[in-house]
Design a protein. Structure first.
Lengths: 432, 374
């Protein structure tokens, strides 16, 4: 028994540095390939004159080292899009400009969007990561978010009439909203978990199917029971009362968009998840069943129960993301297309982070930037913001093929190291 | 209970349910079951069920080849998305409703004078069929990329498949926005029905089989062909061996990687037709909002071939079951809220997966095979 544990601990002890190198390389390569896609799609777009490429190294003041200035053409076609300009808009626009420029406010609209998306993605990323660690693919974070969002909105609307106004109400409503979201998401996550554990139903497919079910079921519920009578268009609930929103202290972000408290809560949860996975015996069970299911069973882990529990926790994290989506982003539950993308981006965040809760923090910041920058692209360029989704897919693709980078490394003579840890089905390597 | 027992139970439960509804429906035509039965057996419902089954069944056939060879292609959804989009795009760019001549008339300038090479005899191909070819090529290219990642670069197959899905999910709406300024494309029309003179006069069967969309006919032909290819040819034998016992196949001198590439390309080929059937076969345009018009059919196809136990006929039957639910939804609106019918196919897929359990996967599915040669 202890011998089995020894072997597992050693398996678990592989290096995380390689993982980080792979992630950074995958990110860089995705950005390059994404740039090519932008350039090529610019060939097909209609514009009056091709994009002017201004490539320069900026120096302090208004000086710069000019590398290239002019138009590029390919087979006689000029591209309408300048990838470098696009990335500039994407990354710098995401935080509303460069911080040292005059007039930049830390609480500007883009910053609010960036921080809000980063916070939500931290939850969805953690949700996916927990399941991944147990060797499970939770593609259903989206559905868990949707249920979490609806339940928390309905719970708050129901209870709001019975609680005092003002801060006293906040103290009751806020925890209630998060709790309701966690419970609903947890249940929706536990279902595919139980189906996997006891009926061996492939969780990739069941979670995706349940996403669709969640979408239609919540739409139906809202339309039949919780529809906002004043709504003219969309299927949505009433607005939750202002005192259920996260207070905007200590910085002056707008309550309906972002609150530092939400970010703090997310970071605390990341630490908690990290502790649970690496500091408790339950976490050990989860990780070993992810790495070596047979060995874990041999070492006395109840495989079925671990699967259900991991999926429940994963779903609960997704449900909290849903609750915060109501409280931070919309102030109400509404059916739409935005939730899904947050759930799916959680997959990319987690894969990029090597399914490590601490890595997820960095991954969610990056994707918060991409999400907020996508808005900027929409407003300021002709390049569709869907570019962000393409990048997201490319990142997963490249992270999944470490062998590719190993061969490149070999080709460049960097050295013939063993294949670094890939993002794998079995929960991946450790770096704790 | 072993896997075969589970499958038998799953099939048994399904058949029993269908039988109960049918008998009850025949005995009591006024009841809900009666309405369900009589609607489901109407010629119109069967026709639309078959049409809706095409994307799922063809994708399932392709997917089962890949999985039989040892490569689990969870990215089928992505192949459907990309081919549904590209086929419409190609048709639209060439001019919907027109034809393209092959070989083309070539005109070029040389030293101030213009020359034209006219082949004289041209084969005129309707652009919608060129669009089909475009969709199939796009899907096969993406499948090839997936194959390279999994076989050459030994990526985890599930993650690589998810990547293929997410890339297509981003790329198709992205490209549609570049070309059309919105995530959906223009309307380019659909395939005309193929009507076989005399035979289409036969009541019911004639209407269904001999006056049908070419996509339906392609599907009905593909099912037995795929079954024959998998079970009666040496290539099919290699595919099965490559998934069950790659080492043995390697020993007898067949290149396992090459067989797997071929199987993955086959999954791309069939998904390409399936995606085209979805856009050009039914609606005449591509819509890229949300989960795109594909809406999870790639994953439903996986469930279909698992339920069908990797048998093309079984996969077709399962696809028909799922698409029949969709067809009923269109016909039975009003009985219950639309959403109930919309979510029904997805729920049934979950139930089917529970009943089937994890099908006995090919022994070496999901594993990279390292030939001892290099």
């Amino acid at each position: 028994m202890s011998r089995a544990r020894d072997v597992l601990e050693r398996l678990v002890g592989a290096s995380g540095a390689e993982r980080a190198v792979i992630s950074v390389a995958a990110l860089a390569l995705s950005i390059v390939v994404g740039g090519l896609i932008v350039f090529v799609s610019g060939l097909g777009a209609a514009c009056e004159a091709g994009a002017n490429y201004h490539i320069a190294i900026p120096l302090p003041g208004s000086f710069e080292i000019l590398l290239f200035d002019g138009r590029l053409s390919m087979f006689g076609f000029q591209s309408c899009y300048d990838p470098i300009n696009v990335y500039e808009k994407l990354f710098i626009g995401a935080i509303g400009g460069l911080p040292w420029e005059s007039g930049w406010q830390p609480t500007n609209f883009s910053m609010e969007v960036f921080l809000q998306r980063a916070t939500l993605l931290l939850f969805t990323g953690l949700s996916v990561a927990v399941a991944f660690r147990a060797g499970l693919f939770n593609i259903g974070t989206q559905g868990q978010m949707v249920w979490g969002a609806l339940t928390s909105a309905v719970a708050v609307l129901f209870v709001a009439d019975f609680v005092p106004a003002g801060v006293a109400g906040t103290v009751i409503l806020l925890p209630l909203a998060l709790f309701a979201g966690a419970v609903a998401g947890g249940i929706w996550g536990a279902i595919p978990g139980a189906l996997k554990a006891y009926a061996d139903a492939n969780e990739v497919i069941t979670t995706i199917m349940l996403n669709f079910v969640a979408y239609y079921a919540t739409t139906l519920l809202v339309r039949e029971f919780f529809q906002d009578p004043q709504s003219t268009g969309g299927t949505q609930t009433r607005m939750v009362p202002v005192n259920s929103l996260l207070p905007s202290i200590p910085l002056g972000f707008q309550e309906s968009r972002f609150s530092i408290l939400a970010l703090v809560l997310a970071l605390v949860l990341a630490a908690v998840v990290y502790y649970v996975l690496w500091g408790t015996s339950f976490g050990f069970d989860v990780r070993t069943s992810g790495l070596q299911p047979e060995a874990a069973t041999y070492a006395g882990v109840d495989a079925e129960r671990t699967i259900v529990r991991s999926m429940t926790i994963s779903g609960a994290l997704g449900g909290i993301a849903g609750a915060l989506w109501v409280l931070l982003a919309n102030g109400r539950f509404l059916t739409g297309q935005e939730v899904p993308s947050l759930g799916f981006d959680g997959i990319t965040v987690s894969v990029l982070a090597g399914n490590n809760p601490i890595g997820v923090v960095f991954g969610s910041v990056l994707f918060g930037v991409l999400k907020s920058g996508g808005n900027t692209l929409n407003f300021q360029t002709d390049v569709p913001p869907e570019l962000v989704n393409v990048l997201s897919g490319l990142i997963i693709l490249f992270v999944a093929m470490p062998e590719f980078f190993r061969l490149i490394g070999k080709y460049l003579g960097v050295g013939d190291e063993p294949a670094p840890a890939a993002a794998t089905t079995d929960g991946g390597e450790e770096d704790g | 209970m072993d896997r075969t027992g589970l499958r038998r139970r799953a099939t048994g439960v399904t058949v029993a349910l269908l039988a109960i509804v049918s008998i009850w429906g025949i005995l009591q035509p006024e009841s809900a079951a009666g309405e369900l039965f009589w609607t489901a057996t109407e010629t119109g419902t069967i026709e639309s069920s078959l049409r809706l089954a095409v994307p799922i069944a063809l994708t399932a056939i392709g997917g089962l080849y890949a999985e039989k060879s040892g490569i689990i292609n969870i990215g089928l959804e992505g192949l459907l998305i990309i081919s549904a989009f590209v086929s419409v795009l190609v048709t639209d760019l060439l001019g919907p409703g027109q034809s393209t001549g092959i070989p083309p008339v070539v005109t070029f300038d040389l030293g101030g004078s213009t020359y034209t090479i006219d082949p004289g005899l041209q084969l005129l191909i309707p652009n919608i069929w060129v669009g089909l070819a475009g969709g199939v090529v796009a899907s096969m290219l993406l499948a090839f990329l997936f194959g390279v990642i999994c076989i050459r670069y030994q990526a985890d197959q599930i993650i690589a498949g998810l990547a293929v899905w997410l890339i297509a999910l981003g790329l198709a709406p992205f490209a549609a926005k570049v070309v059309y300024g919105q995530p959906s494309t223009a309307q380019v029309g659909t395939f005309d029905n193929w009507t076989i003179p005399v035979l289409s006069e036969i009541p019911v069967a004639g209407e269904i089989l001999f006056d049908a969309s070419p996509m339906v006919i392609i599907m009905l032909v593909s099912v037995p062909v795929a079954w024959y290819g998998l079970n009666r040819t040496s290539f099919g034998y290699w595919v099965r061996a490559s998934g069950e016992n790659p080492k043995a196949l390697d020993t007898v001198g067949v290149n396992v990687d090459r067989v797997r590439y071929a199987a993955v390309l086959i999954s791309g080929f069939f998904s390409g037709i399936g995606g085209t059937a979805l856009s050009l076969g039914a609606v005449g345009s591509f819509s890229g909002a949300g989960q795109t018009m594909v809406d999870g059919r790639g994953f439903i196809a996986i469930a279909a071939y698992l339920f069908g136990n990797y048998n093309p006929f079984g996969a077709f039957a399962a696809s028909y079951l799922f698409s029949g639910l969709q067809a009923l939804q269109i016909r039975l609106q009003g009985i219950a809220p639309t959403e109930v019918f919309l979510m029904l196919p997805y729920l049934v897929v979950v139930i089917v997966l529970v009943l089937v359990g994890r099908t006995r996967l090919p022994e070496a599915a999901g594993e990279h095979y390292e030939s001892g040669e290099d």
